[in-house]
Design a protein around this ligand. Structure first.
Ligand code: OGA
Ligand code: CA
Ligand code: CA
Ligand code: FE2
Length: 492
């Protein structure tokens, strides 16, 4: 094949310009060409316009065709997403052995401030307002009536509440001793950013996650001074400085000094209320309402944790946290552990959705804070600075991005996980970080309805199959009812 030598751009520009064609030579022809091409352009635009109008009409027709039981009015996209599985959903997934038959609809947020109407109870239409898109978060005023709030509080009191967190964790020191770790190995585990030094944040994170004790940078400096841990006073622990400390020096220092309730990660009391067959009709009705609100298959909601009712007294708080753990291949979900490979070394709560109810209007403080909602980026280390620790809901709630006021009967709903784009659970949504601000006046009563879904589709499906088998075979030893969660989460 003969190749035309390519002209370079500079070549093209350097080409001598041709002498201009005289205007008088072809006046008629030129005007003909002009009007013809003008006509062509107009016709093309006209056709494109007609095709667009037809496409738009078809789109509107098909979107309005299906009537959503949970939603009345609202925008078409808000209903559309959950009626049809994503186009590739029924395709055979290379990772899975069976074809997927379940998919998870997600409510669409549209934009912050968007209000959609939802039909959850007969003869009443609720309004659901989008509060943020990252995480996908909604507020539904009047989700519970005054009487329902009152009843849930009374049932919780009747059952009795227990401390949400015990004061001093015991027996944890032994793990490091059992494993016979050297102080250098421990140092490396603590050094999250692997720069060979321990920053204040690294010690604070460890103390919060491992011991459930919420130290502030000032507390830690106090401890360093008490233990003479940082002789060069640079606020960092070098390996040498760390090695000079005896094992568990921090824990022992804290135990001697005593830990106050206000220094715990979570300062509240709670109980669990079963919502299945035989439960109080209001509790069962609430579960139905949550199913309609979330638009999830009822079975998924029915197999989730019972209702957790929480009471914060004046001074109570819950520092910022995620309700769920991250998705790692070696991590099993607590609720599907029956169906999990028993060798899975880690276990975490898999709470796809949180529906939080406010059971009273709090007199002072007690807002639910979402410190990084709709931030452009999420950087874990940037959250804890020396002067402002955005995770601290006793001191810095006012500096977070979004706060929801606790108003009796209001529900808030958010997704703790992103979608995987194929109709199932994807990655943990880090922006779902949230906490309960300190209650400055009065009491605060809330209830959590968590919807548990395993990000591993196969495991969730196997778990559901196991549960339905045990139910149909009537095996009395098996524990298919969701109340088994109540023991499980006592220690949360
Ligand atoms: C929780 C929680 C927030 C609040 O119980 O997990 O985040 O406002 N509560 O109490
Ligand atoms: Ca470090
Ligand atoms: Ca130092
Ligand atoms: Fe929470």
């Amino acid at each position: 094949m003969k190749m035309e030598p390519q002209k370079s751009v500079t070549e093209e520009l350097a080409r001598p310009t041709l002498p201009p064609i005289s205007r008088e030579r072809v006046p008629l022809q030129k005007s003909n060409v002009c009007s013809r091409s003008y006509f062509m352009v107009v016709m093309v635009f006209f056709h494109v316009y007609i095709i667009n109008v037809i496409a738009l009409l078809l789109y509107v027709h098909y979107n309005n065709g299906a009537v959503e039981p949970g939603a009345v009015g609202g925008e078409p996209t808000a209903r559309d997403s959950h009626r049809h599985p994503p186009p590739d959903f029924h395709l055979h997934d290379p990772d899975s052995r069976s074809e997927r038959t379940m998919y998870l609809p997600r409510i669409e947020g549209i934009r912050v401030g968007h209000v959609q109407k939802v039909s959850l109870v007969p003869n009443k239409v609720h309004e659901m307002r989008t509060l943020s898109l990252k995480p996908l978060l909604f507020e539904i005023p009047g989700f519970l009536s005054e009487e329902e709030c009152h009843l849930v509080v009374q049932l919780a009191q009747l059952k009795g509440l227990t401390e949400s967190q015990v004061m001093v964790p015991e027996g944890q020191e032994d793990i490091a001793e059992q494993l016979n770790l050297s102080s250098e190995e421990i140092f490396n585990l603590l050094d999250l950013n692997q720069d060979g030094r321990l920053q204040l944040q690294e010690i604070l994170t460890h103390s919060r996650v491992h011991d459930g004790i919420w130290l502030t940078p000032e507390n830690l400096r106090e401890i360093y001074a008490g233990l003479k841990a940082d002789p060069d006073g640079d606020g960092l622990l070098s390996l040498e400085e760390f090695q000079r400390l005896s094992t568990n020096a921090f824990q022992r220092f804290l135990q001697q000094r005593g830990v106050q309730r206000s220094q715990l990660v979570r300062n509240s009391r709670h109980t669990w209320l079963y919502q299945g067959e035989g439960a109080h009709h209001v509790l069962r009705e609430l579960r139905k309402r949550v199913t309609r609100l979330t638009r999830l298959p009822p079975k998924l909601v029915d197999l989730s944790e019972p209702l957790q009712v929480v009471r914060y007294e004046q001074g109570g708080h819950y520092h910022a946290h995620h309700d769920s753990g991250p998705v790692y291949p070696e991590t099993a979900c607590t609720h599907t552990r029956l169906a999990a490979n028993s060798s899975a070394p880690f276990e975490t709560s898999c709470r796809y959705i949180t529906v939080l109810f406010y059971l009273n209007t709090v007199e002072g403080g007690g807002e639910t804070t979402f410190p990084v909602a709709d931030n452009r980026t999420y950087e874990e280390t940037a959250l804890i600075q020396n002067d402002v620790d955005l995770l601290d809901t006793r001191r810095h709630c006012d500096k977070g991005n979004l706060r929801v006021k606790p108003i009796k009967g209001t529900a808030v709903l958010w997704y703790n996980y992103l979608s995987d784009g194929k109709g199932w659970v994807g990655e943990l949504d880090e922006y779902s970080l949230h906490g309960g601000c300190v209650v400055t006046r009065g009491m605060k009563w809330v209830a959590n309805n968590w919807i548990n879904i395993d990000p591993n589709y196969e495991r969730q499906a196997r778990y559901q199959q196991l549960v339905s088998q045990t139910v149909s075979s009537g095996n009395p030893d098996a524990d298919p009812d969701p109340e088994h969660h109540s023991d499980l989460h006592q220690d949360l």
